[in-house]
Ligand binder design. Structure first.
Ligand code: UD1
Ligand code: UDP
Length: 405
């Protein structure tokens, strides 16, 4: 057992939809590591959407804190999580605690681990806009969790550089983003889209949920999407609506009954991947979707003022359009009507990973925990530009079939 007489106890924590998606491949890799004994903790900051994803990836939580309440506030959620996490740490006594991203769950897990003097490993470390209030509260959550972490799994070289600027240089490994692991494995299975869409129409896929968008910005997003549907008769909009009550109320009141706009419940991961593959343009404020769309060769318009994921914008396959309805309409219409522009933005690129982030994470963790390097395996890193060839094939097929007209 790598120089120790017992397996290393790893506590893996998930709370929301994207955490389940991005941790599922890590859990898979941990389960096949002979040195690791893994316990899965669900804070259930999200209830329905977390269960939907855990079910899709066939992950069962060993501990469930059942923390979600209708329209929960940030302080009340944090106040519920800390003592419950501490009690779990006291009983499970992990050698290391793992969590992913920038949610309230992640900050609570990092802090609870720190109080118990247990090393915290941060998956998807180092993303920054550089503005502590944007996105709110995620940038602060990620900065604070990073300050408390012993291991930092940075998806890209840019994320490592961000950490270095804050003086964090030890325990940092560039591994790629685990969402690309989940995406490639799911896309490979070619899941069906369980909705009947008009095959003659191009699909514009929309998601939105950020707290920064609550109030007027989400209404402005809705007006933009409505205008796109009105102007382009050969376009159909699919919008799986996030259950956050502030978002859902606005989207349903602004978009209900609009011709060629289809609102639906959140899709399971396979169905959503199928929808992304079927789409011509993706409009989103989601972190995960910004990472996935370029890997599928789909142009993505990011409905935010700034993004902690600048790599795709730099590569020219994503554009920041903000939440102003006129800008959303202008940039979407350009993609839908200008084939050269469409081709430039849909050439397929995967700056966020190559599908092997999870195995790297597990190997780096093993070394950190003192597992014999022969058993831990090589400690390699992700280098941009080594993206998976298969993804590009998906991109080419779809672009050929459904690009700008
Ligand atoms: C949370 C994260 C955000 C992440 C997003 C992913 C925080 C502060 N926010 O935002 O960073 O990008 O998840 O989707 O950590 N709800 C349900 N069912 C669900 C999930 C949510 O009904 O399955 C409703 C509940 O009323 C809940 C509300 O949405 O109170 C807000 O959930 P919360 O996790 O606090 O914030 P999100 O806006 O979902
Ligand atoms: N997603 C999904 N079903 C949906 C909408 C999104 O499976 O109906 C996936 C999407 O592919 C991505 C993740 O959920 O991997 C993004 O989650 P979300 O936008 O809620 O959070 P964020 O990434 O912004 O934190």
């Amino acid at each position: 057992m790598g120089g120790s007489d017992r397996p290393k106890r790893v506590l893996c924590c998930v709370g929301t939809r994207p955490e389940a998606i991005k941790m599922a491949p890590v859990l898979g890799a941990l389960r096949s590591a002979p040195w690791a004994e893994c316990t899965v903790l669900a804070t259930a900051q999200h209830r329905g959407m977390l269960d939907q994803m855990l079910g899709f990836f066939e992950v069962e939580a060993d501990v469930d804190l059942d923390a979600m309440r209708e329209n929960q506030t940030l302080p009340e959620l944090m106040a519920r999580l800390l003592p419950a996490l501490d009690a779990t740490l006291a009983t499970t006594r992990p050698d290391i605690v793992l969590a992913q991203g920038d949610t309230t769950t992640v900050l609570a897990v990092a802090l609870a681990s720190f109080y118990r003097k247990t090393p915290f490993a941060h998956v998807e470390a180092g993303l920054r806009t550089g503005r502590i209030d944007l996105p709110f509260p995620e940038e602060a959550n990620r900065v604070l969790a990073g300050r408390l972490a012993a291991l930092h799994f940075a998806p890209t070289a840019q994320a490592r550089a961000n950490l270095a600027r804050e003086g964090i240089t030890s325990g940092v490994h560039v591994v790629g983003n685990t969402v690309i692991d989940a995406l490639l494995r799911t896309a490979e299975r070619d899941p069906p889209l369980p909705l009947s869409l008009d095959p003659s129409r191009r699909l514009v896929l929309v998601t939105a949920h950020r707290r920064d968008a609550h109030g007027e910005p989400i209404r402005s997003i809705c007006r933009g999407v409505r205008t796109i549907a009105e102007r382009h008769a050969d376009v159909e909009v699919l919008w799986p609506v996030h259950p956050n009550p502030s978002i859902r109320a606005a989207v349903e009141s602004e978009m209900g009954g609009v011709a060629r706009v289809r609102l639906c419940e959140p899709l399971d991961y396979g169905s959503f991947v199928a929808a992304m593959k079927r789409s011509t343009v993706i409009l989103t404020d989601s972190g995960g979707v910004q990472e996935e769309a370029p890997a599928l060769g789909k142009p993505v318009l990011v409905m935010r003022e700034d993004s902690e994921r600048p790599e795709a914008v730099r590569a020219g396959v994503a554009a920041l359009v903000g939440t102003d309805s006129a800008a959303i309409v202008r940039e979407s219409s350009r993609l839908l009507t200008d084939p050269a522009h469409y081709a430039r933005m849909s050439r397929g690129s995967s700056p966020y990973g190559d599908g092997r982030a999870s195995e790297r994470i597990v190997r780096h963790m093993a070394r950190f925990l003192g597992v014999d390097p022969a058993e831990a395996g090589p400690a390699d890193e992700f280098r941009e530009g080594s993206e998976n060839a298969e993804v590009r094939v998906v991109a080419r097929e779809e672009v050929g079939a459904r690009g700008a007209r």
